[in-house]
Design a protein around this ligand. Structure first.
Ligand SMILES: C[S@@+](CC[C@H](N)C(=O)[O-])C[C@H]1O[C@@H](n2cnc3c(N)ncnc32)[C@H](O)[C@@H]1O
Length: 438
């Protein structure tokens, strides 16, 4: 079973620091669609609830989990996640596939892997049921795959009921939505995708966004190279749409943390006379951003600079600054689950400091009447309301502008900004606050 071997190789790469999505791309070129899906489901299920699988495995081991040979530990984690989460797969075949994979490199551990995975199959579900019936916060953190300190912090911020919803959203499998270029209608794109076997349907929130039940559409799919569609979650579209709506009559937008240019591309596609100056600290991302805008045929209305946004200088005073700030990414942990195991409260405080500095700089760059669209894909107040609050204290000339989100699932921040709740597979958690310099 090639999918199991690929999952083990991808997992090993991620232990060395590579993102799952990147490792999956590297290893899936030779796999059939079915094997690729198996590898992807195994690694993402394993990563989303990593601490739960370790807890279950430990209860069936007679030696410390940490003392296992790395491949043996990996086979147990992936096997445990697969056996307890993949309902449609024949469990015995999965156990055999992991046993075979271990036999090649670590024959002495074959008996152990076989025995533990069989115990998982027979009794692992009982531990999950036990945790489900517990009200204890640490049990809930274990059940939904969250570091305990994160669970505690979210419970304090959101209260028990909302925090529980947020915990559950961590394990919801995300689906892909994609933004359409103004050159193609939703109906036409739906029919073009259907011709290659992909079912899609319009988003209830945007006339130019389609939803699909796919986890990742390969760029080779119809229309991508022509710039007809761009993968973008609906939350992210909502953020860049605010910049589009506010840019009416404005000439220069500064995208202070443009990354690979997903929001930059959206703004340029949906405006006519706007110029976007796009900055990012990473040269690679700036190059990727240029390629992205070239694909969308809007590169000529952009100016790219690689460097630190705290010190770069714009060509002209911007009318609007989009600050899509670097953050913990905690609103996207179902999509990038490795992020939650790498974050610490110290790192969170570091993000918060950088966000405050970047927001102060954004305000300094504006003239009177200028606007800042501040956003993060984080559900921590430390990166959101607390950043805005502190910056507003030192800038009395700045006020918040309220948003009319219509039917979009927005929740008012306390007291600043709005959260986009990760309430569906097309929606990541985001925070957004619009400020104006008087
Ligand atoms: C949330 S991502 C931006 C995503 C992008 N707006 C998009 O929609 O594709 C934040 C970006 O900030 C960049 N960054 C981090 N620190 C920075 C700094 N001091 N100056 C400029 N960019 C920075 C990171 O490289 C990262 O690409």
């Amino acid at each position: 079973m090639k999918g199991v071997e690929a999952a083990l190789a991808i997992w090993e790469e991620s232990r060395r620091g590579m993102f799952l999505s990147q490792a999956l791309r590297n290893y899936s070129t030779d796999l059939s669609e079915g094997e690729r899906r198996l590898a992807s489901t195994l690694v993402y299920s394993a990563m989303r609830r990593y601490s739960l699988w370790v807890d279950i495995i430990k209860s069936f081991l007679h030696r410390p989990f940490e003392s296992l040979f790395p491949l043996t530990g990996d086979a147990l984690i992936l096997g445990c996640a697969g056996l307890l989460e993949i309902k449609h797969f024949f469990p015995q075949a999965l156990v055999n596939a992991f046993v075979e994979a271990v036999k090649k490199k670590r024959p002495n551990d074959v008996g152990l892997v076989n025995a533990v995975l069989r115990r998982v199959l027979a009794d692992g579900g009982r531990r999950i049921e036990e945790l489900k019936s517990s009200q204890n916060l640490l049990d809930q953190a274990l059940l939904w795959g969250l570091p305990p300190w994160v669970a505690r912090r979210w419970a304090e911020t959101w209260g028990q009921e909302l925090a529980k919803k947020l915990f559950v959203s961590q394990v919801v499998k995300p689906y892909l939505s994609f933004r359409l270029s103004p050159d193609i209608s939703a109906e036409e794109m739906v029919s073009r995708l259907l011709k290659v076997g992909i079912r899609s349907w319009p988003s209830p929130y945007f006339s130019y966004v389609l939803r699909s039940a796919s986890f990742g559409l390969p760029p080779s799919i119809v229309g991508y190279d022509e710039g007809l569609w761009t993968p973008q979650t609906e939350s992210s579209v909502f953020i860049s749409e605010q910049a589009v709506l506010l840019s009416a009559g404005k000439r220069l937008i500064l995208d202070m943390c443009a990354g690979r240019g997903i929001k930059t591309g959206h703004i340029l596609e949906r405006t006519q006379n706007t110029i976007v100056e796009a900055w990012d600290i990473s040269k690679n991302k700036v190059n990727a951003g240029r390629r992205e805008l070239k694909r969308l045929s809007v590169l000529e209305r952009s100016i790219w600079k690689a460097g630190d946004s705290l010190s770069l200088v714009p060509d002209a005073i911007p009318d609007l600054v989009l600050l899509d700030a670097p953050c913990s990414g905690s609103g996207t942990w179902n999509r990038h689950p490795e992020g939650k195991w790498k974050l610490s409260s110290g790192k969170l405080a570091g993000y918060s400091r950088l966000q405050k500095d970047l927001l102060k700089r954004a305000i300094d760059l504006l003239a009177s009447g200028g606007i800042v669209v501040y956003s993060t894909c984080s559900m921590f107040r430390e990166e959101n309301e607390m950043v805005v609050g502190e910056v507003l204290c030192s800038a009395p000339e700045v006020i918040e502008i309220e948003i009319d989100g219509k039917s979009f699932p927005l929740q008012r921040g306390r007291p600043f900004g709005y959260y986009i709740w990760p309430s569906s597979p097309w929606m990541d958690g985001f925070f957004l606050c619009i400020l104006m310099k008087r």
